[in-house]
Design a binder for this molecule. Sequence first.
Ligand code: DGJ
Length: 728
Amino acid sequence: MRFALKGLWTLAISIASVAVFAQEQIIPVTTAENSMVLKVDQQKNLSILYYGRKLGNNNEYGLIPQAYKQTSDYTEVADAAYTASGSRNLLEPAITVTHADGNNSLDLRYVQHEQKDLGNGVSQLSILLKDPVYNFQVTLFYKSYFKQDVIEQWAVIRHAEKSNVLLHKYASANLHIKAKSFWLTQYHGDWAKEMQPETSKLTHGIKTLDSKLGTRANLFQPSVFMVSLDKPSTEDEGTVLYGALEYSGNFKTDLELDYQNNLRIISGINNYASAYTLKPNEDFVTPGFLYTLSHEGKGSASRRLQDWARNYKVLDGKKDRLTLLNNWEATYFDFDENKLKELIKDTRKLGVDLFLLDDGWFANKYPRNGDVAGLGDWAPNKKKLPNGIGTLVKEAANNQVKFGIWIEPEMVNPKSELYEQHPDWVIKQPLRAEHYFRNQLVLDLSNPKVQDFVFKVVDDLFAKNGELAYIKWDCNAVIYNAHSAYLKNQSHFYIEYMRGLYNVLKRIRSKYPTVPMMLCSGGGGRVDYGALEYFTEFWPSDNTDPLERIFMQWEYSYFYPAIASANHVTDWGKQPIKFRTDVAMMGKLGFDIVVNHLSEKDLQYCQDAIKQYNSFKDIVWFGQQYRLANPAEGDIASMAYINEEKSKGVIFNYLVNNRYGSGSIYPVRLKGLDRAAKYRITEICLYPGSKTSIDESKSYSGEFLMTIGFNPVLNAQRTSVVLMIEKI
Ligand code: DGJ
């Protein structure tokens, strides 16, 4: 084995021009608290030496391996920074290829690296790896965000072989972590049941999180996950890694507990039905794999990720958002111009910023009067809207509100003019029966003509209605019968679909950089940090029952900031309007109700709550979020948002159990305050005519509130309590 290696290595010298007997080299990627330490050994293997709390002295990283007495690594590449297959490796690879000459082996050795300071607390390390035998290379990128302890990692794969190389697997990243045990928190779901958590101890072998749905890839399982090291982390204790793939299509994350008891995490685009033929000198750029590591539990990891998302990822993550009234649940498909004009007046009456016209406004030959027809025919329906959209935009302006519109431009109903005119634009197997998801099919975005069409749907809306202020971009169907009439190589289908989607979104954003867009997917089937570069917010679920939403929003909030979570007050659930509104205020507030069905007092509550929300929304959107009482663990839920100065915060409290006697028996311990400061707590968002049960005359030290706590007095009569805390 050694001889063979030496033989390969002679070739490596000529390709990589490096000295065989060079010293080991350590390359640390350092953030505020952690270090991902890479090592180049004498044979130029690049491995992960360590990922964990950083050490003050870089020279001591070299001492780490001798502290572990694990079984031998026969291959010497079990800890590879990017595991190639077909040579020595015996574990799950990051990359698998068939070279131009039919050979299946790959060996990647370090050639050089470059570290760049990108400013604004961001650095980028790139490491070039090459195969000593084949003219094949991978460049690994590590973009690190110092303050937030976040790393984005991706790979660029390229070759200069005589003809095409087949990529069977092409992961974004490959981590290698040491701990005594590993606890995975993953999510599963379905329509109206998104983000259901499950935690389990990882056992030996491979646990795979993946999606093969094509579009709305998160419906059954999102790519976000947590891994606790040594023991399950709690909100404030324990070491926990968060991971997510920045990609909206099929993904695959393998968590392999190997024979040495180390955890290998390999994440990237799902290679399912997707072998990729890479031409000479073509770059295959993988999406980013995002991760962060906290030693103070899940709460701190989430605050870092939220901070990172607002500062660097979510479109306009530090800017304002619009509150809105949506007509979906108020009318479904049953509306006309007059009805909408009334709803626009209601928007003003309610006091929100924008009226959002949902599904059902388009298509003439096959009118969109239900979900069975019309998708794809984006001309206003003449019967419902004889004067087009423009008149509604004007009506909104007359009422001093803005106007937004729903589209689902990636989709088509078979009953549509679009389908009749362009059957070859539709994803389907030519020789098999069509199979529908919500009576619709997906358009083939790998086809540039379809990309142009989808872009034009949006562009035309703006061309005709310059004052359009918001887009809700829906995506209800998954991809069945994956086949493109346009592509020559069907194995490229899933990848080219996503490239097509991102191309369209890039075009939209270069022409309309700031218009707010909601990422909706027949509920919450699509949120990820690949898409959120283009969207200002996402729709977590069609399930807006506030009790369910408390749980769902809790889980989403580990990975996404409140500003990006579109929460609407609807008629789902049995809770009073106050409860429904309060839950929706823990994010970006919207309404989807019939305003004139509200009682006088309910309407007044909503109007007052919107005013209050406008006064504290900056704290919810840009402050630090602290989870105080977990609804999954007791009778109550409590969530706080505290501003950066620790001088003001909003605390939302709910009763989540209606059994006899349930309530806030114990005080809720606050977090994120200044220990030495004095605070006053008042109850806000009171229902008209009701009085608080809280003694607002008292003041408390931060120390008291974080040690003993505060009782929001939740009980069967007070199921939702919003508190304002202010430094005196
Ligand atoms: C699914 C979305 O999640 C809903 O909010 C609504 O927009 C419908 N689609 C419209 O068809």
